[in-house]
Design a protein around this ligand. Structure first.
Ligand code: HEM
Length: 520
């Protein structure tokens, strides 16, 4: 009897304690500190909480799901709530944002510049380069790289984009009709382009190594999603014990590829600098581009000579630029070509515009001429609306942070900005699933919230390569459209998306290239 009494007392103490603690913490999610609402506001009105799948808050909601199911799960939550919502898992609160107003306040908030936890999953690959680094390191690296995306430098890259685009079409020129599975040739084009422009190295002699890099890059993508789905692998401890070794070989291939590029460029740059020293005038700065294309990598090597970065820092940035610079544009081009095939009338408009502004002899094609292709620009923008290469951005609160909407995020809160859902949110887009490039005519953009369209993110940590990306994508499309008519093979409704580092699909995206008749 006494034991039962003691048990009842102990139970009431626990329940009482549980209740008290639970006001601050979401106990079942392993003590996740709760998000609060500013006085006078209701938390439920500001952000509903997603119902957990298991008893530990939302910790295991993604567990056991395949990449397509993870993608669909996030879309279902966004559709179900129709507004930004909260989750609690593994002692952390997660704020999922699907509206433009909140996105604007987050991307411009001084406390929210640090990237979210998901970027830690990229550390074994990219370490802490500009994409993943924080605080002062990020600031220095960002400053260093920003100058390398200057208009004059991008204009010098045009010759390379044209040459690589011609190489791309050459593969299909012998046949009247080619059935093209886009992933491989498009990713080869974008990898060749980033290596030759930003790194100053042609992959011709390293073609086989480039192929292996791309294969192994996909393995790293698989590792990313494996960590995302299983919260036990969010931290490094269990990841290092149970998972890391499965990806050692893939990481080694990718790191060796970038190291070889750096070693080759060091030799080429030294030869170039020796020549410059011999012909130097009094006010010449050796490390400022003069006439010849100056690779972005050269800026980093020169900064190393000034003690601003070391060899491992250069490796981080090369890994980041090669990965980010080839994979994202490959996604954009794949969906761009798919949309050209599906929307024949839009393709024809782009083709007519190209014929009007761009000569068949492409040697004079430059940035000014590309800027005349307005319809092509709207076409690409609409493609990136429906198929954003980076479907989710993540940030974390380095300290307790109050947002303008009245939500108070505790320290370490994770913020996921679901670009995919914002881009299809009916609040900003009429019939969001429809492909309509005219949405981007200047008049049609005026009334839209500027953060309803953020394929390149926005604010301080926006994409450094967005002009580069548009230039590269437009050039390949110009060259392809001049040579081929593109016909559809797949129905866009059949596409099964997958979560990955960038937007992935379960199905192969294919089109048909039909040779255009040469007009006499
Ligand atoms: C269609 C092509 C591209 C898309 C859609 C895209 C998108 C993005 C987005 C959304 C971010 C922000 C990521 C975040 O906040 O977490 C980003 C960052 C970045 N992008 Fe891109 N990108 C593209 C192409 C490129 C290219 C070609 C390069 C380089 C040549 C590049 C270099 C970078 C870098 C260095 C960052 C990190 C910026 C920072 O954190 O300060 N991107 N990109």
């Amino acid at each position: 009897m006494i034991i039962v009494l003691w048990l009842v007392v102990a139970l009431s103490v626990i329940v009482h304690w549980f209740y008290r603690v639970n006001k601050e913490y979401y106990v079942l999610a392993f003590f996740a500190r709760r998000v609060k609402a500013k006085e006078g506001k209701s938390l439920e009105d500001l952000a509903p909480i997603a119902t957990p799948r298991f008893f530990c808050g939302n910790s295991f909601d993604l567990y056991g799901k395949n990449p397509a199911e993870v993608f669909q799960y996030m879309r279902d939550l966004a559709k179900g709530f129709g507004r930004s919502y909260l989750q609690y898992g593994m002692s952390i609160s997660h704020y999922n944002v699907i509206d433009a107003h909140t996105t604007e306040s987050i991307l411009n908030h001084p406390n929210l510049i640090t990237k979210g936890m998901a970027y830690n999953f990229l550390h074994p690959f990219l370490k802490t380069g500009v994409l993943t680094s924080k605080a002062k390191k990020w600031h220095t690296r960002r400053g260093m790289l920003t100058r390398t995306f200057h208009f004059n430098i991008l204009n010098q890259f045009q010759e390379i984009f044209i040459a690589e685009s011609l190489k791309f079409v050459q593969e299909f020129e012998d046949d009247e009709i080619s059935l093209v599975s886009l992933r491989e040739p498009v990713a080869r084009f974008t990898l060749n382009s980033i290596c030759e422009t930003a790194m100053g190295i042609r992959l011709d002699e390293m073609a086989e190594k480039g192929d292996r890099y791309r294969e192994n890059f996909l393995m790293i993508d698989e590792c990313f999603i494996r960590r995302l789905r299983n919260p036990l692998y969010w931290g490094d401890y269990f990841y290092n014990i149970f998972v890391a070794r499965d990806y050692d070989a893939a990481l080694k291939v990718c790191h060796e590829f970038s190291s070889e590029i750096i070693a080759k460029r060091r030799i080429l740059l030294e030869t170039e600098l020796e020549y410059r020293r011999a012909t130097q005038t009094a006010d010449d700065d050796l490390c400022v581009p003069r006439g010849k294309p100056f690779a972005m990598l050269d800026t980093l090597i020169c900064a190393e000579k000034d003690g601003l970065i070391d060899h491992s820092g250069i490796c981080e940035e090369v890994d980041t630029l090669v990965a980010e610079g080839h994979d994202t544009t490959a996604v954009g081009l794949t969906f761009g070509l798919m949309n050209m095939s599906i929307y024949g009338e839009e393709q024809e408009l782009c083709y007519q515009e190209i014929q009007e502004h761009i000569e068949d002899d492409l040697s004079n094609l430059n940035l000014n001429q590309l800027s005349k292709l307005k319809h092509l620009e709207y076409f690409l923008k609409e493609t990136m609306r429906l198929y954003p290469a980076v479907p989710m951005l993540a940030r974390q609160a380095v300290q307790e942070t109050e947002l303008p909407n009245g939500l108070i995020l505790p320290k370490c809160s994770q913020i996921n900005i679901h670009v995919f859902d914002i881009h299809r949110n009916p609040k900003y887009w009429d019939e969001p699933e429809e492909f309509r490039p005219e949405r981007f005519l200047p008049d049609n953009c005026q009334k839209r919230h500027p953060y309803a369209y953020i394929p390149f993110s926005a604010g301080q940590r926006n994409c450094l390569g967005q002009k580069y990306a548009m230039q590269e994508m437009k050039t390949l499309l110009v060259v392809i459209l001049k040579k081929f008519k593109i016909l559809p093979v797949i129905d866009p409704k059949s596409i099964v998306f997958q979560t990955g580092i960038t937007l992935r699909t379960q199905n192969e995206i294919k089109v048909k290239f039909v040779k255009r008749k040469v007009s006499s």
